[in-house]
Design a protein around this ligand. Sequence first.
Ligand code: SAM
Ligand code: SF4
Length: 321
Amino acid sequence: MLIDSYDRVVDYLRISVTERCNFRCNYCMPEKPFSWVPKENLLTFEELFEFVKVCIDEGVKKIRITGGEPLLREGLDQFIKMIYDYEPAVDLAMTTNAYLLKDAAQKLKNAGLKRINVSIDTLKPEVAQEIAGKDVLKNVLEGVEEALRVGLKVKVNMVPMKSVNADEIIDVLEYCKKRDMSIRFIEYMENSHAKAEIKGLKSAELLKILKEKYNFTDHGFDGASPSHYYVMDDGYKFGIIEPYEDDFCTKCNRIRLTAEGHLIPCLYFDEALSIGEAIKRGDIRRATLILKEVVKNKPEKNRWGGEDGESSSRAFYETGG
Ligand code: SAM
Ligand code: SF4
């Protein structure tokens, strides 16, 4: 079992399989980066799988595939199948912008994927274009319908932003509620890559908007999930992710692996160790030691809003959000 220095059990691995993306979201990657990681520096799926096996053997129970946009990487369904075949009990999930999901959903489901989180920030085509930098909404919504049709469990992520999509909070929630999909509102997290003018809504502002329409009670936190949940009178549950809150990190159970093999103990920390070389050499013992070292050094708390105002310069599309 992997336990960090603050007695938190680390049993959740997030793998960013590519930093590349077919969207240019204003809060994440508004411009194409100056350079992408060269393809030869990426770990192959076979190499990533070698490390996944180490993690599962050390007690990891949940794996999320993310990016960049994970559906851009060819052979993703085979990677998912490798993990599923090794340990079918692993909770296998993916976060995607859903642009390519319509054609991929059935293959992913067959391979063993259980759940997906889809980013839907708006239901207006022109706003989707403004946020993502291209006309994406039709594909995204078709992808969601197909995922539901093939039996994947779907959750929606929305980043509410003032003067962009704040007026759609109720509409997006209703869209999810009708389809029995849970929604999580993610507070916009400032980062040096996003468009400077973005102003996110804080959870108090969100709750004020939602209270005008719904009755709900504070359900607190479920397990290690970072979402603060609320339950409506009819039982529908929605979440808010509030990384600036003091208790955000107390139950953190995750580590992150980038496509190059950097193992990151915390989303908003620059410190990382690489398992890339060890895995490429086939040195599983060394990779296991590095994993244990990273877990041991997992920081108590992220640096958002810290007294020293420190923050990471690493992009969300590299770390997988
Ligand atoms: N491309 C996929 C997607 O958009 O769902 C997966 C990667 S994306 C980095 C993962 C999640 O991070 C998305 O739900 C996205 O909304 C969220 N995200 C990215 N930048 C963010 C920011 N600055 N603040 C809050 N959430 C952010
Ligand atoms: Fe791409 Fe996801 Fe970042 Fe949007 S949030 S730019 S879809 S990685």
